[in-house]
Design a protein. Structure first.
Length: 153
């Protein structure tokens, strides 16, 4: 059994990587706005790789909005921490198709605020929690191939 600390971790394998995967998320993903964030999400068929996780996530801050790298990195750290603490909303998410094929939910959080008023961690957590709960409750991350999303508690 994992300790509570490890259950809330954000391991490297949950971070979304790969140019083709990211570009398909930005081109085909649905959007959800909230506070200083824009969340993109879609479902993708999982590869045959071992250790695939059901949810993969990306955090980005635009260079035009936040010119200083120090500020961009701080905002990304706050976003990662807020997601790590609130990802339990996705804990029972199972994305599957009738034939048993499994899917991954791909998420991207884009920061759209300004540098001069970076919200505290509490506000980041509130907005991320609200967006994740909205996505799960409305079943917004439906696979394109007609699969189903179930939320088991």
């Amino acid at each position: 059994m994992l300790s509570k600390q490890r259950a809330c971790a954000l391991p490297r394998r949950e971070i979304l990587r790969g140019k083709s995967t990211i570009s398909s998320l930005f081109n085909e993903g649905a959007r959800l706005k909230g506070g200083p964030f824009l969340m993109l999400y879609t479902c993708s068929r999982q590869g045959d790789r071992n250790g695939c996780t059901p949810v993969r996530v990306l955090f980005t801050v635009g260079k035009k909005l936040v010119p200083r790298a120090v500020d961009r990195n701080r905002i990304k750290r706050l976003m990662r921490e807020a997601y790590r603490l609130e990802k339990k909303a996705l804990s029972g998410l199972i994305v599957s198709e009738g034939d048993g094929a499994s899917y991954q939910v791909l998420l991207a959080f884009l920061y759209r605020g300004r540098t001069n008023n970076v919200p505290p961690l509490v506000e980041f957590r509130t907005e991320i929690r609200r967006m994740l709960n909205t996505m799960v409750s409305k079943g917004l991350a439906q696979p394109q191939d007609g699969g189903r999303i179930e939320h088991n508690e």
